[in-house]
Write a protein that binds this ligand. Structure first.
Ligand SMILES: Nc1ncnc2c1ncn2[C@@H]1O[C@H](COP(=O)(O)OP(=O)(O)OP(=O)(O)O)[C@@H](O)[C@H]1O
Length: 628
């Protein structure tokens, strides 16, 4: 038996390994299974090129937990190691790797998230074990060896009896890590990190129900068989060629990724590039709600089929983090901080590649089946609108497929919309005015007024609309968006012809004074307008600019500082051509005038959804009195 001392400058590296990555202790299993996988794939390679003269067969990796003896075994059938190789790879290479790791990252230990993604390699075993054994037999014709190390830099190395090729790692689990002796914990980790690794991983057995033999009695139980429980799918969909996959395969894989998701994805995008960087993956568009905060199943990042994280911030442009699926790339550096990641050239290229692929897919979906795309619009618009706002390149590409639905359910691209409304909705200053509503119920009367004029009204109801229209207005010339309740209809799109007022200037002044007297404490700005006699006598409007700025502030970013908390501002428009307004003017008694004004104002508020609570109760009681 040989004993030796591992040559390291840190006197005892293991307590340090334990101290770091405290919350990430669980990665030891991922690291050891990755090594076992590498060893198996190396053997596959050597047999394929004829360097290892043996049958590759169907090797698997087995994980076993012996709770009584407090041990975890990881057994592979890979290339194994000779004594020389153990000395070299374990005592020197692996150790220096661990040392280097600690040196580099002990100060960066607090850079949340990233550090645990960097493999400590073999020595991460000491994060949970007080003693580690390696029993390994190389594929070369040499005796097996047994290496034991108890966490000090001393180790023993002796010949072992192992006959089969491969490596067995035995972890003697430390007292403070006994949670890893629970089957359920190990299963959880295997499913989290190793679900799609390329070599089958066995963890215990399971009972499979077989079909009943023909002619079996109905009450006879179906026969069963005990089989290896393989926890992974070694050939996940993203590793295959898109041409080899059907739509159903993509859906099946989605269910595999998110077993708790019962809703089908709307469509998928298969990513596949090998130059100038390597990346494969599948992204899915799920049905998204308008609530941006509740989307919880996230894109998973893999490196060569090993799960790394589900936090892809910095790698995928932010607007696409709402999607689901997987990205697998060996080219994404993980042992660095997020801020570095965002500045990294390769990562930037990856991010813009993904953006382009998503835009191309949306474009082809739109072209190939517009009807279907329109039907899905409501579920995907948040991502697209968000992308248009945050990525200039995407904004340009989205011109072709971004849709603008009307309150009547027609969908236009911006170009189509422009062509459709150009004649009717260009104002006297040559500005194209796009009318929109955010709520068809609440803004019903305003929508009707616009439709009566032959105008189109868009329905724009996602939370980022104020930002989006701001962006559209600044990127196109002579364009403005106004919500239907921002002013009375003739003011929304001002044309040359000035309406004739039935009231003289003097009469208007008198009336304005009288109305002001009655409504003076309610904060309305009164606007006397000569409108169509069939339009409502009193209308309450909410000026576009201030409302939009406030909304932008509330949804974050943009707008004007401090405006989010300002009270809502309303205008009261009085239609001087309406009969009732004329009557108010000519009413003899002040009491009756006041009553007419109040009743008209309440009706206008009712129409705008502003009449609530006690005021609504009073209004109803008063109305009953009137018709009695
Ligand atoms: N199960 C195994 N079978 C054969 N060789 C192994 C096995 N585990 C580890 N080794 C050898 O030990 C070396 C060191 O392993 P370690 O995990 O520390 O580093 P690595 O795998 O090279 O890199 P990293 O894990 O940091 O990506 C490996 O490169 C390999 O040669």
């Amino acid at each position: 038996m040989a004993t030796g001392k591992i040559n390291v400058s840190v006197e005892n590296i293991f307590p340090l390994i334990k101290k770091f990555l405290y919350s990430d202790h669980e990665i030891f299993l991922r690291e050891l299974i990755s090594n076992a996988t590498d060893a198996t794939l190396k053997l596959k390679h050597l047999t394929s090129i004829g360097e290892a003269k043996l049958e590759y067969g169907n090797p698997m990796i087995e994980v076993k937990v012996d709770k009584d003896k407090k041990r975890i075994h990881i057994i592979d059938q890979g290339i194994g190691m000779t004594e020389e190789e153990v000395k070299k790879y374990i005592n020197e290479v692996a150790f220096s790797g661990a040392e280097e790791f600690l040196d580099k990252y002990k100060d960066a230990g607090k850079d949340a998230g990233i550090i645990g993604h960097f493999g400590l390699g073999f020595y991460s075993a000491f994060m949970v074990a007080e003693k580690v054994e390696i029993i390994t037999k190389s594929f070369k014709d040499e005796p097996a060896v047994h290496w034991i190390c108890d966490g000090s830099p001393e180790f023993t190395l002796q010949e072992a009896k192992k006959e089969e090729r491969g490596t067995e790692i035995i972890l003697h689990v430390a007292e403070d890590s006994t949670e890893f002796l629970e089957d359920s914990k190990i299963r959880e980790l295997l499913t989290k990190y190793n679900k799609f690794m390329p070599i089958p991983i066995k963890f215990g057995t399971r009972t499979e129900t077989l079909p009943k033999p023909e002619g079996a009695a109905e009450d006879e139980p179906a026969p069963t068989k005990v089989v290896d429980d393989i926890i992974n799918n070694p050939n996940p969909a993203w590793t295959k060629q898109p041409t080899d996959l059907e739509d159903e395969d993509y859906k099946k894989f989605y269910r595999e990724l998110y077993p708790m998701q019962f809703e089908e994805p709307l469509f998928h995008i298969h990513l596949n590039v090998d130059y100038p960087f390597n990346l494969t993956g599948i992204l899915y568009f799920p049905k998204l709600t308008n609530d941006l905060n509740i989307q919880k199943d996230r894109i998973q990042l893999y490196q060569n089929q090993v799960f790394v994280t589900d936090n892809v911030e910095g790698i995928v442009p932010e607007f696409l983090t709402m999607l689901r699926g997987v990205i697998d790339s060996p080219d994404i550096p993980l042992n660095v901080s997020r801020s570095y990641l965002q500045a990294d050239g390769a990562v930037k290229k990856i991010s813009s590649y993904i953006t382009r692929k998503v835009a191309d897919k949306l474009s082809s979906l739109f072209k190939n089946n517009r009807e279907d795309f329109e039907q899905k619009w409501n579920d995907i618009k948040v991502v697209i609108e968000y992308g248009m706002l945050s990525e200039e390149k995407f904004f340009e590409k989205a011109e072709k497929f971004a849709l603008y639905p009307t309150v009547d359910g027609s969908y236009y691209t911006f170009e189509e919309l422009e062509a459709k409304i150009k004649d009717s909705q260009t104002d006297k200053d040559d500005k194209l005015v796009v009318l929109y509503a955010s709520d068809t119920e609440a803004q019903h009367s305003y929508i009707e007024a616009a439709k009566a004029k032959g105008y189109e009204v868009l329905l724009m109801d996602s939370p980022i609309v104020p930002h989006l229209i701001q962006k559209l207005e600044t990127s196109k010339e002579n364009l403005s968006f106004v919500r239907v309740d921002a002013d009375h209809i003739d003011n929304l799109i001002k044309k040359e012809d000035t309406a004739i007022s039935k009231l003289s200037e003097e009469e208007k002044e008198t009336l304005k004074g009288e109305i002001e007297e009655v409504v003076k404490d309610r904060g309305y700005t009164i606007q006397m307008e000569a409108m169509d006699s069939s339009a409502s006598p009193f209308i309450i409007t909410e000026p576009e600019f201030i409302r939009r700025m406030k909304e932008m502030q509330r949804t974050g970013g943009g707008g004007m500082f401090g405006m989010g908390n300002m009270p809502d501002m309303y205008n009261l428009i009085v239609n001087t051509n309406h009969e009732l307004v004329n009557e108010i003017l000519n009413t003899k008694t002040a009491k009756k005038r006041e009553r007419l004004i109040n009743q008209s104002l309440d009706l206008a508020r009712l129409s705008k959804g502003l009449l609530k609570g006690e005021e609504l109760t009073k209004f109803i009681a008063r109305s009953y009195e009137m018709i009695k």
